[in-house]
Design a protein around this ligand. Structure first.
Ligand code: SF4
Length: 89
């Protein structure tokens, strides 16, 4: 049987950075410049100074991109997730 890469998310909790922004994990929080997807978003998309935590968790970045719908897509999976959490299954 041929092995296939699959993203298995390793985060256990979300992260709030020093500038009060909510991130899905420490890897995304510390390397946002590696994500072409994040470059398309408003700089305050995840700022708790501008949005409620509920609104941020409901943002497509949390619900789709750093989540199962995009992890399952070779085209949409984020490079940070691919490099950090890919597993051969
Ligand atoms: S890099 Fe992506 S897949 Fe890995 S823990 Fe973070 S959000 Fe989950």
């Amino acid at each position: 049987m041929k092995k296939k890469d699959k993203i298995v998310c390793r985060t256990r909790t979300t992260i709030v950075s020093f500038d009060n922004k909510l991130w899905p994990c420490c890897w995304v929080c510390t390397n946002p410049e590696e994500s072409d997807y994040l470059k398309t978003l408003d700089e305050n998309w995840n700022s708790l100074d501008h949005h409620s935590a509920t609104d941020i968790f409901n943002h497509a970045a949390f619900k789709e991109h750093f989540n199962k719908p995009h992890w399952a897509s070779k085209r949409h999976a984020d490079p940070i997730c691919k490099s950090t959490c890919s597993k051969s299954v």
